[in-house]
Design a protein around this ligand. Structure first.
Ligand code: TRP
Length: 471
């Protein structure tokens, strides 16, 4: 039993219909999404976040611009979408969070991967929430008083000393509160309100950026690829890491969300909507950030882009724009905050839901326990931005591609009758494509992901070493 509501109080809790799996694997009152739109917006909410508006522009800049964008598109739709469908297959079939899903379909050995997913969730949210804490502060200041004149010093204040810890903790409290509310009353309701708002704000910002004088250079940097960079292994690996991070793939977040689905959704269609929306917002965010930066002559912040660059150059640009900049700046950080919150919810939900399924802990206790642990872990990256950068690099470029590789191999080679789950609710045209899907999971994705890991594992080891040596 979960502590949500008593069974039968609403239309959203129909008795589970699970003809194929063993009945004891399912809690009798598994929560369900209230509507199809609710699921899609919650999944889009998970996908769209700091990854789109902070990480995508920052990694694009770090990787040299448009060539990266091209590779990113290939990864999102060529590898990301198939792996997303693999997560959906496992989640909806088993109606369990990752550990249980892998155990019931693959046995004890494979369930280890589920534990790694939970560990990845703890790791990612602990630094994600720190950045979200900076964003919270930026948002509040931009609404209340506007940004101060010296954005570099302001970034320092926001990221050093006690302030980042306090904002991180506050952000975690908010995230925990929503996850405690449960799937439909907490996560779904929050996403239904917040995601449309975010879309409109980012779209408005992109249109506005188009009107800036001197924005052309920004567009060409962003959209005009130079071919030699296309073939660099590092760019390739960065594109893969970004695709997995942005789509929330490789650690069971989408698996968990799809475990609250009923039987009749068209999974390929929902997956495509989610991937397109996620890409759309990232692309729009680039159309906001690059024109602003180039219009105001802040290119150097692009070339030596680091974790913090956008937190300095973007507010700097808003300050220079005067009164309009105040309004636009506030909108920008409101959108960023909303995205961060709906994503953090999904990260906490993976850990919470695993505790509910594995230990039968009531939801509220599970959310507080998991969130509390993450809040404590996050104090370290809150104190040290280099640690934060290293955690981000390792999580997204090593953990997530590894998780994606494991999922692809598992669903492609081990899971029995993998196509069955997708076939429920899918249209005949899509059914015809499923043979291709299986072979992407079996061969194409593993080859690409092994190449990615071959590049990123040594970098990850170096990053860890640098932290320990550099103090
Ligand atoms: N996709 C989110 C973003 O772009 C972050 C995120 C949420 C995530 N859940 C995840 C990343 C699971 C990896 C795995 O901001």
């Amino acid at each position: 039993m979960t502590d949500r509501d008593t069974p039968g109080t609403g239309p959203s809790v129909p008795p589970p219909d699970r003809p194929t799996a063993s009945p004891d694997a399912v809690p009798p009152t598994r929560e369900l999404w209230g509507s199809r739109a609710g699921f899609i917006l919650a999944a889009v909410g998970s996908a769209v976040g700091l990854g789109n508006m902070w990480r995508f522009p920052y990694v694009t800049a770090e990787s040299g611009g448009a060539a990266f964008v091209l590779l990113y598109i290939l990864f999102v739709f060529g590898i990301g979408l198939p792996v997303l469908l693999a997560e959906f297959t496992l989640g909806r079939r088993t109606r369990l969070s990752p550990i249980g899903a892998l155990r019931t379909t693959g046995g004890r050995g494979w369930s280890i991967i589920g534990y790694l997913f939970v560990a990845a969730g703890l790791l990612i949210l602990s630094y994600y929430s720190v950045i979200a804490g900076w964003v919270t502060r930026y948002m509040l200041d931009s609404i209340i008083s506007g940004f101060p004149g010296d954005p570099g010093a302001y970034f320092g204040q926001a990221t050093e000393g006690p302030a980042p810890i306090i904002y991180h903790l506050a952000f975690m409290v908010l995230t925990i509160t929503i996850v405690m509310g449960g799937v439909e009353k907490g996560i779904e309701r929050a996403s239904l309100i917040m995601m449309p708002t975010l879309f409109l704000v980012v779209l408005g910002l992109a249109l506005w950026a188009f009107s800036l004088e001197g924005s052309g250079q920004g567009y060409s940097y962003y959209l005009n690829p130079s071919m030699d960079e296309l073939f660099e292994l590092e760019t390739f690996a960065a594109a893969a890491g970004q695709a997995f991070f942005s789509l929330s793939l490789g650690m069971g977040a989408m698996l968990t969300f799809s475990s609250y689905l009923s039987r009749d959704e068209n999974l390929p269609r929902e997956g495509t909507i989610i991937a397109l929306s996620d890409f759309g917002v990232a692309f729009l965010a680039g159309l906001v950030v690059f024109p602003i930066i180039f219009a105001l002559g802040l290119q150097e912040s692009v070339t030596d882009s680091t974790v913090g660059a956008l937190f300095i150059s973007i507010p700097g640009a808003f300050v220079e724009m005067g009164a309009i900049g105040r309004v636009v700046g506030a909108l920008f950080f409101i959108a960023l905050f909303v995205g961060a919150l709906t994503s953090a919810i999904s990260l906490l939900e993976v850990v919470t839901s695993s505790m509910i399924d594995e230990f039968r802990i009531p939801r509220r206790k599970a959310a507080v326990g998991a969130g509390g642990l993450i809040a404590v872990l996050g104090i370290l990256p809150a104190m040290n931005i280099d640690v934060l950068g290293a955690m981000d690099a390792i999580a997204s470029e090593v953990f997530l591609p590894m998780g994606g590789l494991a999922l692809a191999v598992f669903v492609g080679w081990v899971l029995s009758r993998p196509k069955d789950e997708i076939l429920r609710g899918a249209s005949p045209t899509i059914a015809g494509l499923l043979g291709g899907w299986i072979w992407v999971l079996r061969v194409v994705a593993p080859i690409f992901l092994v190449i990615v890991l071959y590049t990123t594992i040594p970098n990850g080891i170096d990053a860890v070493r640098a932290i320990f040596q550099g103090g």
